[in-house]
Ligand binder design. Structure first.
Ligand SMILES: Nc1ncnc2c1ncn2[C@@H]1O[C@H](COP(=O)(O)OP(=O)(O)OP(=O)(O)O)[C@@H](O)[C@H]1O
Ligand SMILES: [Mg+2]
Length: 498
């Protein structure tokens, strides 16, 4: 017990470059058993790279990794697991065709070199593991059928079962509701009490203030501040991250009176997801839609873009009724859609940054002979990289070489390039750091001022208040309330949501 309580995990002077570009230049940090340590920093500051080094995924160029009383200059993933390191990856690495129980128990069988897989033992292992972290999930269900939050808890149960001593969570809350986040934090608290050292990465400052005891802040691959969480205020964290004083005040532009609408949605019904939805958006207007996960908010956004079936109703763009249930028709009418899940829906992962940037609006770059003009493509790509401050040394690198938040910018740029009349943004700043978030909201503001209409679907209430002219709350497939500009207030909106 005592060795567990005094164990320390960390790195000393880690340097890591990718093809000449330094991702980490001399980073040191340490975390003790029973501590939740936050790594904060802007997109591309090196957080994920550091986690990959500490868990043996990437080898550092130089530097030392310390796990308990052992030091490593090179660490394999296997050695890391042996020392009790577990990472909750974004996809949770669950096996889709197996049950909850099997997903939790299989690594235990493997580490025990056990030859006997008995159904009852599998269930017993899984039930115990879930019980240990105080989680109630049907162990007989297939993991394909369960929510993201449950998948995450299963991944944690599995890690715990493998004797976790050092747990990494890289942006674990991006796809969770507030209630689910609360539950996750209860589980983290329990692990903490049991002496697990946790490293937690999130761009939501209120979250890290709530759950973390200590913090290291990275900027451009260097530690710019570290210490005890209590000693840091919200502003000092964002200032250390960005080097700037980031304002979180409202930036929605004044809305000009308009007699036209960019879109009218009339009596949209898809049972049982949404029951009767009507609203309209004027040129330059930024309309927010919020609701808990499962409220129908994402389905509504997808339906307007023709990706979710509509039973009845009408979608009218600039006075003309458009063909429903067809993305090409929606696109042609001038609707753009930025999905929330940049990794699976928004990007061509194996292609270059440049290719991704110009993927949707390819026609624009065709010169008269109908051949794509490479020069024009490159120029357009470079312009977007500059305008959206996408952090890359070379636009021909694959898009996967970008940090998470920078991938998000590529998705946004790709759609802005189409110049739609109505842009639907679903979770536009999920996984984006506080400084970049402001920049993305400013891009939305500028476009709105030029007349582009926006439908912003988000569960980030402060963000909606910063950028929207009006916000609709969706509950059980219906608009439960509409808030106009003067009524936008954080507490009131949270109350309506719960
Ligand atoms: N496999 C790779 N190949 C080339 N460059 C990479 C690779 N992985 C990371 N990088 C670069 O290293 C830097 C740090 O990236 P990292 O993913 O660690 O950032 P992050 O702090 O996790 O950002 P985010 O908040 O956006 O997730 C970035 O400039 C990124 O482009
Ligand atoms: Mg990252």
């Amino acid at each position: 017990m005592s060795t567990l309580l005094t164990a320390e995990y960390g790195v000393e002077n880690i340097v890591k470059s990718f093809g000449g570009a330094k991702a980490l230049s001399g980073v040191s940090l340490s975390v003790k058993s029973g501590e939740v340590h936050c790594i904060a920093g802007e997109n591309g500051s090196g957080k994920s790279t550091l986690i990959k080094i500490m868990s043996g995924v990437h080898a550092p160029d130089t530097g030392l990794i310390r796990l308990g009383d052992k030091s490593f200059t090179k660490l394999s993933p296997r050695e890391a697991v042996h020392e009790g390191v577990q990472v909750i990856f974004q996809d949770f690495s669950l096996l889709p065709n197996l049950s909850v129980a099997e997903n939790i128990a299989i690594p235990t069988y493997i580490s025990e070199n056990s030859r006997f897989f008995s159904k009852s033992k599998t269930k017993e292992i899984a039930a115990n593991a879930l019980d240990l972290i105080g989680v109630d999930i049907d162990i007989n269900a297939s993991v394909t059928d369960i929510s993201i939050a449950s998948k995450q808890l299963i991944a944690i149960a599995r890690a715990t079962n493998q004797g976790v001593k050092m747990l990494f969570m890289d942006e674990p809350t991006t796809a969770l509701t507030r209630k689910e986040i609360k539950h996750l934090f209860e589980v983290v608290e329990q692990l903490k009490e049991r002496g697990v050292a946790t490293i937690f990465v999130s761009h939501k400052i209120d979250e890290i203030q709530e759950i973390c005891n200590t913090i290291t802040i990275l900027r451009n691959g260097e530690v710019v501040a570290d210490g005890i969480m209590r000693d840091f205020k919200r502003d000092s964290i964002s200032e250390a991250m960005t080097g700037l004083n980031v304002s979180e005040t409202r930036i929605a532009p004044p809305l000009k009176k308009a007699s036209t609408k960019v879109i009218e949605v009339r009596n949209l019904i898809t049972k049982p997801t949404f029951l009767d939805i009507s609203f309209s958006i004027a040129p330059g207007e930024i309309l927010g839609i919020t609701g808990l996960l499962g409220s129908g908010r994402t389905e509504l956004a997808e339906a307007i873009f023709g990706q979710y079936p509509i039973d009845s109703g009408e979608v009218i763009v600039e006075g003309e009724s458009i063909r429903l249930n067809s993305s090409p028709a929606a696109l042609k009418a001038g609707i753009g859609y930025v999905p929330p899940d940049r990794l699976t829906q928004g990007l061509f992962l194996e292609q270059s940054i440049l290719r991704n940037l110009v993927a949707v609006g390819v026609d624009q770059y065709q010169s008269r002979g109908k051949r794509l003009s490479k020069k024009r493509l490159a120029e357009a790509g470079e312009k977007w990289i500059k305008d959206l401050r996408i952090k890359t040394k070379n636009s021909l690198n694959p898009v996967t070489s970008l940090s998470g938040g920078n991938q998000q910018r590529v998705v946004l740029a790709k759609w802005l390039a189409m110049n739609p009349k109505l842009m639907i943004l679903n979770g536009p700043t999920v996984g984006v750091d506080i400084g970049s978030k402001r920049e993305i909201l400013e891009i939305i503001r500028d476009r709105a001022q030029e007349g582009m209409g926006f439908l912003v679907v988000s569960d980030d209430i402060p963000e909606l208040i910063q950028i929207c002219h009006r916000v609709l709350v969706i509950k059980n497939g219906q608009i439960s309330k509409e808030f106009n500009e003067s009524e936008l207030d954080e507490e009131v909106l949270y109350k309506e949501l719960s």
